[in-house]
Design a protein around this ligand. Sequence first.
Ligand SMILES: NC(=O)c1ccc[n+]([C@@H]2O[C@H](COP(=O)([O-])OP(=O)(O)OC[C@H]3O[C@@H](n4cnc5c(N)ncnc54)[C@H](OP(=O)(O)O)[C@@H]3O)[C@@H](O)[C@H]2O)c1
Length: 320
Amino acid sequence: MDNMITRRRFVGMSAATGAAILAGGKIAGSTVRAGLALISPGAATDPAFKIGGDLEVNRLGFGAMRITGEGIWGWPPDRANALKVLKRAVELGVNLIDTADAYGPETSELLIAEALHPYPKGLIIATKGGLTRPGPGNWVPNGHADYLKGCVDKSLKRLRLDRIDLYQLHTVDPKVPMEESLGALKEMQSAGKIRHVGLSNVSPEQIARARKVLPIVSVQNRYNLGDRKSEKAIDYCEKENLGFLPWFPVGGGRSVKSAALDAVSKAHGVTVYQVALAWLLQRSPVMLPIPGTSNIQHLEDNVAAAKLKLTPEEWKTLAG
Ligand SMILES: NC(=O)c1ccc[n+]([C@@H]2O[C@H](COP(=O)([O-])OP(=O)(O)OC[C@H]3O[C@@H](n4cnc5c(N)ncnc54)[C@H](OP(=O)(O)O)[C@@H]3O)[C@@H](O)[C@H]2O)c1
């Protein structure tokens, strides 16, 4: 417990202190690192990661899908609260925010700009395109080149940016060769509208194929304690030093459950969600979890998890 910040202690801290925790800075004379045990081959001890070799982010990010309306549709019921959540995330030291044109659609990007523009130095907004939204809870791929180019322009406008730091292809459209979709993003990159390109919902084979078209810096797949189908994709990313953004990192607040998780969280006096996030961070140094929430308390809990240290035994027991 001594090298760990509990939620109660963390919540009372200033924004600068929160940022220092995420960055592994110094607090009250003692170095505060993410304190992560050396378990996976990657020895995930560094609290920061450089996306594409030049965009340094604290590894615990924020997913901005949950600040929209029901079914990831429209405006949130409490818009002022959504703006507060975004501002608080940045105050706490989060400098990687994941979003997509499809969240709302449009409302997530618009809220980010409303809450945070002009953006603080070093804040990385990672958005996505390639999924259309015919209605609430409905997601349909469109990877056609012209459509994607239009998506980039519209995201730039909504986010009030000249260039998007990380633009991710939301999914590979089975009806469109990925070379066409990625060719469009390459064009937008050459035009200076995108800094780096990432992928989402892909296999290692698809990552390798995409890298023949253009440099890829990150992958975003579903991954959490209870759903580990993407192990090979993580191994690939770790080997190639690509960032891996696990979506659904706390299982949507419901599906990550086990007796082991209960026991470990009880032992540390923290929530199961914090343990689930600490476990992810210790899985690989390229792991960049982006938990989503519309609740300030949950946000503070999630950020505090970057400081939680699991023992190698705990990590292995949780891995099952
Ligand atoms: N690439 C893709 O295809 C894809 C797909 C889905 C999501 N994503 C991205 O990944 C991000 C995360 O995924 P996600 O939002 O689906 O899953 P998640 O982060 O695992 O779960 C979010 C849900 O868990 C609850 N929650 C979060 N932290 C909590 C805590 N500390 N205590 C209790 N409940 C908590 C939230 O409810 P409250 O609001 O009540 O806290 C929310 O409903 C998204 O925001 C989005 O940016 C990408």
